[in-house]
Design a protein around this ligand. Structure first.
Ligand code: ATP
Length: 453
């Protein structure tokens, strides 16, 4: 089942004049990124921001809860929640859960970054609303890919551990059912195409009996051609009083337009992402003439200061592979994150690095975009981040080395410059952030030692 992301990317390159191929590659990347984040995250992201709430009816009181008890959950579900190690609702759950569990049910559009507790919230809502005595589907949840659906399914299974009467089925390609059968499971989770077929073409599901409809990862969903229309067609088959819930990590205009078509009369909850800043980061650049010289500079740095954990970014897979080899030969414990790896393999590499089993992580841009490895104190741009036109990619630069304000530890960033062009990129990055990037002479041990103090 695991989609071979790299084969598709390769095909995308071969047919790069064919836009639809390119489209596929981009959307696969988004889904892969999202899956990767899910696989490596095992706790909530910290946030100091407040949720913004826009109520459908501004006059109705706004409830928020500080404990799961206040939600009057079924005892089996409360046990399930505590069994997962949750002590109290996350920021977004504080407001989203009372809305989702209210009677009559309310519709909701919620946006917050990955890892803030959205999945756990809607899973709890689905489990609370089903009637296990009714042996037919009552909740539908659509996800952009099979793998993402599976992850949500796992959360349903964990949270519903003490509520075994509630059953779950996956509406995914490859799960072939006998014609004419009717599903008995109360929750159906799957991808839009198969879900639509099961509701209309095969009628395994009676859409008129659905009480809760969840659309997860709306931003990833609309990046895949066809998913948007399929989702809307499913939504149109559902009864008027069905609760509609939509979740997204980002909220650009296209997502918002889609959300409004899926969710009528919504309450809206938004949680701003924690801003990243370069304020607590010391930034340096090193002048070199070749990749061998860059490696030598790196060795000198390693020789002069103790680096607990470093992340090194390269532009191409080839450079990353070469550098990882050179570093290993010098006796470093190196992890390599490369594009040809499957998402699960990538997650395993990042987890080992997180656990401190490896001290250096060498990676290409594509692989590490959007991944937070908070404890890394040194980031090395072996190649500076540029976009496809060769312009500085300021956003990636900030994301790689920036820290989120209050939680941020001090950090060190070293940029390797090996040509006039990369010097120009460096200057533009420096101007963009209006923060000086100091020159570092890596042949001068004393100077290197100073940067660590
Ligand atoms: N109230 C809570 N207390 C402690 N941990 C929680 C709580 N809610 C969720 N988590 C955990 O935090 C992590 C992120 O939660 P969740 O997957 O629900 O977030 P998300 O916003 O849906 O992110 P993603 O889209 O990446 O899955 C998970 O490991 C989850 O088990």
């Amino acid at each position: 089942f695991h989609s071979n992301i790299d084969l598709k990317r390769l095909l995308g390159c071969l047919f790069c004049c064919n836009l639809s191929f390119l489209y596929l590659v981009v959307s696969e990347d988004k889904a892969a990124q999202s899956l990767l984040n899910k696989l490596i995250r095992n706790n909530l992201v910290n946030t100091t921001n407040q949720v913004e709430v826009l109520q459908k009816d501004p006059n109705s009181p706004l409830y928020s809860v500080k404990s799961f008890e206040e939600l009057r959950l079924k005892p089996q579900l409360l046990k399930g929640v505590y069994g997962m190690g949750f002590n109290r609702p996350s920021k977004i759950q504080e407001t989203a859960l009372p809305m989702m569990l209210a009677e009559p049910p309310q519709n909701l559009i919620a946006q917050s970054q990955s890892g803030t507790g959205k999945t756990a919230a809607f899973v709890l809502a689905m489990l609370s609303h089903v009637d296990p005595n009714n042996k037919y589907p009552q909740c539908l949840c659509v996800s952009p890919t099979y793998e993402l659906a599976l992850q949500t399914g796992k959360v349903i299974e964990q949270m519903g551990k003490y509520y075994p009467e509630v059953k779950l089925v996956y509406a995914i390609r490859g799960n072939k059912l006998q014609r004419g059968m009717k599903l008995q499971e109360q929750i159906v989770i799957g991808t839009p195409g198969t879900m639509l077929d099961w509701c209309s073409k095969f009628r395994f599901i009676d859409p008129k009996k659905i009480k809760v409809f969840v659309l997860d990862e709306a931003d990833v969903m609309i990046a895949t051609q066809g998913h948007q229309d399929q989702s809307i067609r499913i939504q149109r088959m559902l009864p008027k009083n069905c609760q509609m819930l939509l979740f997204s990590a980002t909220f650009e205009e296209s997502v918002w337009n889609f959300a409004q078509r899926i969710v009528p009369d919504p309450n809206i909850i938004k949680l701003k992402r924690e801003e990243e800043t370069l304020d607590t980061i010391k930034q340096y650049y090193v002048l070199c003439n070749s990749k061998e010289e860059k490696f030598q500079a790196l060795s000198n740095i390693y020789g002069a200061i103790t680096i607990a954990q470093a992340m090194i970014f390269c532009h191409t897979r080839k450079t990353a592979g070469w550098l990882a080899g050179e570093l290993s030969r010098e006796g470093h414990q190196v992890a390599l994150l490369s594009g040809e790896m499957q998402v699960e393999q990538r997650a395993a590499v990042i987890e080992r690095f997180r656990d401190g089993k490896e001290k250096v992580l060498v990676t290409t841009n594509v692989c590490a975009r959007g991944i937070d490895v908070e404890q890394v104190s040194v980031v090395i741009n072996f190649d500076l981040p540029v976009d496809k036109d060769g312009n500085p990619d300021n956003e990636t630069y900030l994301h790689r080395i920036g820290r989120t304000g209050r939680f941020g530890k001090r950090g060190l960033a070293i940029n390797m410059v090996d040509s006039k062009m990369s010097m120009n990129i460096l200057h533009r990055i420096q101007d963009h952030f209006n923060k000086k990037i100091e020159k570092l002479d890596t042949d001068d041990l004393d100077e290197i030692e100073k940067i660590a103090s």
